[in-house]
Ligand binder design. Structure first.
Ligand code: 13P
Length: 249
């Protein structure tokens, strides 16, 4: 299984800056290593400009969010079909900033996963516990709930190659505090077991990414842990040289 090395540019960069970073990144990566796949999720504003640059280099372009409807009166939202129209192949759902800053609930996130898959996008369901939940010993309960509701309606139709899960402990996002190897191993083993029980046919092959303060100097150790099939990188993906080092770690 190829490792999926994913960049989440969040709400950063102008179109010009995004194009420059994408060009630098694809230049630095050159020929893609056989065991890696690269995905960049920029802001919607620059998708049209950045998609062709990524595609030409064999990288994927993804969206950070969408609304689960074909079209309609949803002011300010964007539909999966509009993303596909721009050349997008992947999308995130349930990122912790959408859960905790924008108040997205499990039920809506589940609808996004189902709708995105049906529209033909590769969906990355993001899950993770807060520091309070970790201290209260609720990690497994939280991850189980987020997986069950996130995948509630795709149980029979999901195909492993179209679905990934990103474990991003909220306390490790943007804090410089990366989860230790034992913490990553335990969480990913739990996610793997849960995926196998929810998706008996495909759960063993759904990629599980780690996200939260991944940097060039810790990426190699993280990516080699059991059940770590890729990474989802925020801050360190904004510069082409640091993200290219992570991709090649
Ligand atoms: P950082 O890599 O900045 O911690 O962000 C992780 C993240 O939220 C990726 O989606």
């Amino acid at each position: 299984m190829k490792k999926l090395m994913a960049a989440n540019w969040k709400m950063y960069k102008t179109v010009e800056e995004g194009v420059k970073t994408a060009e630098e990144l694809t230049g630095l990566l050159g020929e893609m290593p056989a065991d890696r796949e690269v995905l960049v999720c920029p802001s919607l504003t620059m998708l049209q400009a950045v998609c062709p640059i990524l595609k030409q280099a064999g990288c994927h372009a993804g969206a950070q969010n969408f609304y689960p409807s074909k079209q309609g009166a949803f002011t300010g939202e964007i539909a999966p079909e509009q993303l596909l129209d721009l050349g997008c192949t992947h999308a995130l759902a349930g990122h912790s900033e959408r859960r905790h800053v924008l108040g997205e609930m499990n039920e809506l996130i589940g609808r996004k996963v189902t709708f995105g898959l049906e529209a033909g996008l590769h969906m990355i369901l993001c899950i993770g516990e807060t520091i309070v939940e970790r201290r209260l010993g609720q990690i497994e309960e939280v991850l189980a709930r987020q997986l069950e509701s996130g995948l509630a309606e795709v149980l029979t139709t999901a195909r492993a190659e179209n679905l990934s899960v990103a474990y991003e402990p909220v306390w490790a996002i943007g804090t410089g505090e990366v989860a230790g190897p034992d913490e990553v191993l335990a969480a990913h083993a739990f996610v793997r077991a849960k995926l196998k029980s929810l998706l008996p046919q495909e759960g063993g092959r759904v990629r599980i990414l780690y996200g939260g303060s991944v940097k060039p100097d810790n990426a190699a150790a993280i990516i080699r842990l059991d059940n770590v099939d890729g990474v989802l990188v925020g801050g360190a993906s904004l510069k082409a040289d640091s993200f290219s080092q992570i991709v090649l770690a």
